[in-house]
Ligand binder design. Sequence first.
Ligand code: ZN
Ligand code: ZN
Length: 322
Amino acid sequence: MMRKRGVVLTPPDFSGVDWKSRMTELGLNTLGLHSGGGANHDVLRLLGKTASEEFRRDFLAAGIECEYEVHAASSLLPECWFESHPEYFALCFREGERTAAANWCITNPDVPEILAANAGKLAEKLRSTTHRYYFWGADGRGAFCHCPECSKYTPSELNLLSVNAIADGVRRVDPLAEVACLAYVEYCEVPGRVEKRENVFLEFAPYVRCYHHALNDPECSVNRRFFKVFRELGSFFGMENTHILEYWLDSSLFSNYRKPAREPFVRPELLRRDLEAYVTAGVRNVSSFAVYMDGEYFAAYGSAALEEYAAALREFLPDDGE
Ligand SMILES: [Zn+2]
Ligand SMILES: [Zn+2]
């Protein structure tokens, strides 16, 4: 099985930099295309030409696989349904009202099939060259339904119930499809009351971890929690198929999502220690957001951080490894 060394970018990051050549030179073999975080949005519109067959073919010819990592709530349950079917949408526990700005009510009997059908439609447009799909729900906290039926489940369990429906739908259009169950913000724990579909894998995105300490540093109270939950999630989902989505190179995060872009402060020693922890646990697929790393960024800061990252990935995840 291939080992994935990736970066995740948004379309504006291609401005002023030839990412295809850079990735090839650096031995990065998987490009994740992301339409951005924040409010629900039309992912196909924001992905633009990066969502095309032509774009994928061009990267694949250079030895780079293309996957899509998107907050796809607007595609999976379009907001225009809110007026006729507010009961399909999430009931927010703070406001006590349903809203089209969050996710859906997965325990409503109609909703799993709606998600499946729409996920299939989206997968037809966003064909993954690896057959691995990352169609996430709404970004941010409090996105899950808390109606009387859903409130019995944790956000992680509501997420997995949704991912199972998405996985069923994507498999109808791509028989080899595997679908990511994102572990992120408040849904980063084992979804113990739900069984996962056979074609669902774990995507671990430790967004609120600490980047001053390594993930497995027992002296860091923040990461102690994340490393523990990572191992628990790995035993539940299986570590070998797990996809790590890190933020080591995510200038947008380190810039607080406002330009001018700042340099991520993650030290190369820390990155290597994190990678060692992941790989020792059995992980074979690692990627990092590199949002805001466009031509302007490289002109200001150079590409040492990207090069160190790629060198560490090649060392810990070599092509010819076991
Ligand atoms: Zn509900
Ligand atoms: Zn720390």
